[in-house]
Ligand binder design. Structure first.
Ligand code: NAD
Length: 494
C-alpha cells in the first residue's frame, strides 16, 4: 500500500504521523494511505510558497505564458494516465474522467492568455502634464481547498489562473482522492514552473484551519459543501483574507408542456445519473409542468433498466460507484426515507444487487415529491432524481427561486418567449436553455447564487483574474523643477 505524501517546494515530504485511507470505490479495497498534514506541515508549505513569491511575481508574462502552453500540451498528452488515477480513487468511469480533464484544460487555455487578461489602463494628460495608469499585481500566497468530486478540474479552476497572475499556491485537495493533485503539481514542474510556486498539502480540518489562520496566506479559494463553504468564508474573511467559497447545490430541470419529451428524458437521465450524481451541477429535481409528469416519468423509467453500472475502468460501464461506503449508505437512506415521507418511489436503486464489495448503488427515480420532504430539501449527491409536479410556468419559477441554493438550473422548451422570461426571472447563477448541465466554458466564469457561493467573485475565467490580482493606480508627472512651488491647497485639475 503506497503512502501519498505532500508535495512541498518540489519535493515529496511528510511523515505518516496521522493518515487517512484512500479506497478504490469500485472494489472497496483500501489502496493507499494519505498523510494528514499537521499545522507544522502546512506552515512548511506556506513558507515555501512565500519564499517563491518574489521570484515568480517578477517572472515575465511571456515566461509565465510559456509554462501554461507547455502544461496544456503535457496534460493533453498524459490525459489517459491522469484519467486512470481519477477513476482509481474517485470511481467515475474513464470517459467521464477524461471529460473533466478536458474541461480543466479550458482553464489552462484561458490562463495562457494571461498577457491579455493582465493589461492595465492608461489615461494621458488627465491634468496638465499628469498621466494615470493602473496595473494588476498578484495578491500573494493563495490557498486552494478542493472537493473530492472533480479531483482534476476543480484544482485547475483555481491554480491555473492564480499562478498565471503571479501568485504562489498551497493546494489542499480532498483527502478522499488526493493523488491527482500531486500528479498535477509534478506536471506543472515538468512544464517549467519553479519549485515552491505550487505546493500540495493533504489533510483535513487541521490543515485547512492552519491555512485560514496563517497571516502568510492572502487569499482563499474554496469549493465544497455549503456548511463548510460558509464556515471557511466566515473564518478566512474575519482574518482579513480575500475569499471565494463555492458551496453545494440542488439543481432543477424545468420541463414545459411543449418540450420534446424524448429529448428531455435523455437529458434528465444523463444529467441526474452521470458521475453517479456526484456533480455540483447534476440535475437532482425535475419540475414537471402541467401534464409533463405523466409523459416524462415513464420515458425516464424506460431508460433506467439498461444503464450499465460497474467498475469505471470497464469500457462498458456508464456509471461507477459512490465515493465511500458511508456516503453510499447515506444516499440509500434518502430513497428509503422518501417512501416513508409519502413520495412515490418509481425506481428503487437501493434494491439493486451488485456482485462486488465496491460502494455501488442503483439509480433511483422518485415521483410526487413535495418541497417539505428531505429528499427535496437536502443535497443528496447521489444517483437520485426527484420529480416535483406543478401546474404552471409561474409556479415552477417560484419553486426554483424559493430554494436555498442557486447553482445551476435548466429549462426545456421550444417556446423562445418562455425561455427569455425564465432567463430574466430565475434567481440562479448558471442557466441552461435546453442544456441540462450549463457549466460555462473557460472564457466565462463559474458561480452560483445564494447558498451556492459565499463571496462576490465567481471562479475561473475573467473573474478569476480579478480575484487573484490587486489593482494599483499610479498618477505621475515629470515637471520641470524650474516651475516647482509649494501649494498647500488640495490640488485641483488644471
Ligand atoms: P466537503 O465540503 O466535505 O469538502 C471540501 C473540502 O473541505 C475538502 O478539501 C475537505 O478536506 C475540506 N473539509 C471538510 N470538512 C472540513 C471542515 N470541517 N473544516 C475544514 N475543511 C473541511 O465537500 P466534498 O464532499 O469533498 O465535495 C462535495 C461537495 O462539494 C458537494 O456539496 C458539492 O455540491 C460541492 N461542490 C460544489 C461545486 C461548486 O462549484 N459549487 C463544485 C464541486 C463540488
Amino acid at each position: 500500500m503506497a503512502l501519498i505524501r505532500h508535495y512541498i517546494d518540489g519535493q515529496a515530504t511528510g511523515d505518516p504521523v496521522r493518515t487517512g485511507p484512500v479506497f478504490n470505490p469500485a472494489t472497496g479495497e483500501r489502496r493507499h494511505d494519505v498523510v494528514l498534514g499537521s499545522a507544522a506541515d502546512v506552515e512548511q508549505a506556506i513558507a515555501a510558497a512565500r519564499a517563491a513569491l518574489p521570484g515568480w511575481r517578477a517572472t515575465s508574462l511571456t515566461k509565465r505564458a510559456d509554462v501554461m502552453f507547455r502544461l496544456r500540451h503535457l496534460l493533453a498528452e498524459r490525459s489517459g494516465e491522469l484519467a486512470a488515477i481519477v477513476t482509481g480513487e474517485h470511481g467515475k468511469v474513464l470517459s467521464d474522467a477524461a471529460g473533466e480533464i478536458g474541461r480543466g484544460l479550458e482553464n489552462v487555455e484561458f490562463a495562457s492568455g494571461l498577457i491579455n487578461q493582465l493589461k492595465g489602463e492608461y489615461s494621458q494628460q488627465v491634468s496638465s502634464g499628469v498621466d494615470v495608469h493602473s496595473v494588476k499585481q498578484p495578491v500573494g500566497v493563495v490557498a486552494c481547498i478542493t472537493p473530492f468530486n472533480f479531483p482534476v478540474m476543480v484544482p485547475l479552476w483555481m491554480v491555473a489562473s492564480a499562478i498565471a497572475c503571479g501568485n504562489t499556491v498551497v493546494l489542499k485537495p480532498s483527502e478522499k482522492d488526493p493523488s491527482a493533485s500531486v500528479y498535477l503539481a509534478e506536471l506543472f514542474r515538468e512544464a517549467g514552473l519553479p519549485a515552491g510556486v505550487l505546493n500540495v498539502v493533504h489533510g483535513d480540518k487541521v490543515a485547512v484551519d492552519t491555512l485560514l489562520d496563517s497571516p502568510d496566506v492572502d487569499a482563499v479559494s474554496f469549493v465544497g459543501s455549503t456548511p463548510i463553504a460558509r464556515a471557511i468564508y466566515q473564518r478566512a474573511s474575519a482574518n482579513g483574507k480575500r475569499v471565494q467559497a463555492l458551496g453545494g447545490a440542488k439543481n432543477h430541470m424545468v420541463v414545459l408542456e411543449d418540450a420534446d419529451i424524448e429529448a428531455a428524458a435523455d437529458a434528465a437521465v444523463s444529467a441526474a445519473y452521470g458521475s453517479a450524481g456526484e456533480r455540483c451541477m447534476a440535475v437532482s429535481v425535475l419540475v414537471a409542468v402541467g401534464d409533463v409528469g405523466d409523459r416524462l416519468v415513464p420515458a425516464i423509467e424506460r431508460r433506467l433498466d439498461s444503464l450499465v453500472i460497474g467498475d469505471g475502468t470497464d469500457a462498458a460501464s456508464e456509471m461507477g460507484p459512490l465515493i465511500t461506503r458511508e456516503h453510499r449508505d447515506k444516499v440509500a437512506s434518502y430513497v428509503t426515507g422518501a417512501g416513508a415521507e409519502g413520495a412515490t418511489v418509481v425506481v428503487d436503486g437501493t434494491a439493486k444487487q451488485f456482485d462486488s464489495d465496491g460502494f455501488f448503488v442503483g439509480v433511483s427515480l422518485i415521483d410526487d415529491v413535495t418541497t417539505g420532504m428531505k429528499v427535496y430539501t437536502d443535497e443528496i449527491f447521489g444517483p437520485v432524481l426527484s420529480v416535483v409536479r406543478v401546474d404552471t410556468f409561474e409556479e415552477a419559477v417560484a419553486l426554483v427561486n424559493a430554494n436555498q441554493y442557486g447553482n445551476g438550473v435548466a429549462l426545456f422548451t421550444r417556446d423562445g418567449g418562455a425561455a427569455r422570461q425564465f432567463e430574466f426571472d430565475i434567481e440562479v447563477g448558471m442557466v441552461g436553455i435546453n442544456v441540462p448541465i450549463p457549466v460555462p466554458i473557460g472564457a466565462f466564469s463559474f458561480g452560483g447564487w445564494k447558498n451556492s457561493l459565499f463571496g462576490d467573485a465567481h471562479i475561473y475565467g475573467p473573474e478569476s483574474f480579478h480575484f487573484y490580482t490587486r489593482s494599483k493606480v499610479v498618477t505621475s508627472r515629470w515637471p520641470d523643477p524650474l516651475h516647482s512651488k509649494i501649494e498647500l491647497a488640495f490640488p485641483g485639475n488644471s
